[in-house]
Design a protein around this ligand. Structure first.
Ligand code: SAM
Length: 299
């Protein structure tokens, strides 16, 4: 195992080294797999610093590509597991990471991977495990939701995502970016924007700006609810049509015949029926969920 003071290898995250590796292995990028590789060493340093890794900790990387971030994780963490879907990248990763004894490259689709099993196999004895990744943008939300919902013993999630997605994750009530993703993320985690990343930091350059965001897992969810799935059903129903009022969205959900009753219920929760879902705090959604459940409106 190595740390920053005893770095092995040459940094992959430079334009020349990345091009050399790609040329050597005749690699061609697949847009459909969100393959935009990081070539900016400073950004890698910021990602790794935000993850607060030590030799006692583990890191799970999703989509290692040709190993630029993996190499840095191997230098900072005690154990690294990297799940890569593209079988063409597996021999490249094994080649460029061969000098690190603490990295395990797993070939597979992270969305189909049994992460609890992976945890047991890869991270037994680690003092804390974080997900650290430059995510494939076409599946960012399903990956984040899987990580949040599976109840993994995660310390934090430090990920590169599209800037617009990072803004949605961190958005506050009453803003245009606030929605179901903001609520899901903030229910489980405290989001913190680490930095904005211009498209020139990648090969090939994506069409959009990116951002690194850190999601620190809360010890307890942000609000207390008796049934999480009910809470998220109410959240989704409240945003079913963004421009509709809460009363109209929830009437579509609870049934037209209960519209008047619903209006009174909302007022009883201290929520004006003409408000929109995007203005409600997590606490207001929690109060509303319990009231709807008590009134038998959630089936
Ligand atoms: N970590 C590398 C870097 O920063 O240069 C590459 C990041 S690139 C944005 C995303 C990577 O995720 C690609 O290597 C791609 O093949 C991989 N990938 C795409 N979909 C995946 C999935 N469902 N499961 C695992 N890896 C995936």
């Amino acid at each position: 195992m190595a740390n920053t003071s005893t770095r092995l290898g040459a940094d992959i995250a430079t334009p020349n080294r990345t091009k050399d590796i790609i040329r050597k292995h005749n690699f061609t990028f697949k847009k459909s797999l969100g393959q935009n590789f990081l070539i900016d060493k400073n950004i890698l340093d910021k990602i790794v610093a935000a993850a607060n890794l030590t030799e006692a900790k583990g890191a799970l990387e999703i989509g290692p590509g040709i190993g630029a971030l993996t190499e840095r994780l191997a230098q900072e963490a005690g154990r690294v597991a990297a799940v890569e879907i593209d079988n063409r990248l597996i021999p490249i990763l094994r080649d460029v990471l061969s000098i690190y004894g603490n990295v395990n490259v797993v070939h597979g689709d992270v969305l189909k991977t049994d992460l609890h099993r992976l945890w047991e196999e890869q991270f037994a004895g680690c003092e804390g495990v974080s997900v650290v990744a430059n995510l494939p943008y076409y599946v960012t939300t399903p990956i984040i939701m899987k990580l949040l919902e599976e109840g993994l013993p995660l310390e934090s999630i430090v990920v590169m995502v599209q800037k617009e997605v990072a803004e949605r994750m961190a958005a506050k009530p009453g803003t245009k970016d606030y929605g179901t993703l903001s609520i899901a993320v903030q229910y489980y985690c405290e989001p913190e924007l680490v930095c904005i990343v211009p498209s020139g930091a990648f090969i090939p350059a994506p069409n959009v700006d990116s951002a690194v965001i850190r999601l620190k897992r809360r010890a307890e969810p942000a609000v207390s609810v008796s049934d999480e799935s009910r809470f998220f059903r109410v959240v989704h129903a409240s945003f079913a049509q963004r421009r509709k009022t809460l009363s109209n969205n929830l009437t579509a959900f609870a049934g037209k015949e209960r519209k008047a009753e619903l209006g009174k219920l909302l007022l009883g929760c201290g929520i004006q029926p003409e408000r929109r879902g995007e203005t409600l705090s997590l606490q207001e959604f929690a109060v509303l969920t319990e009231a709807l459940a008590a009134a038998g409106m959630l089936g």
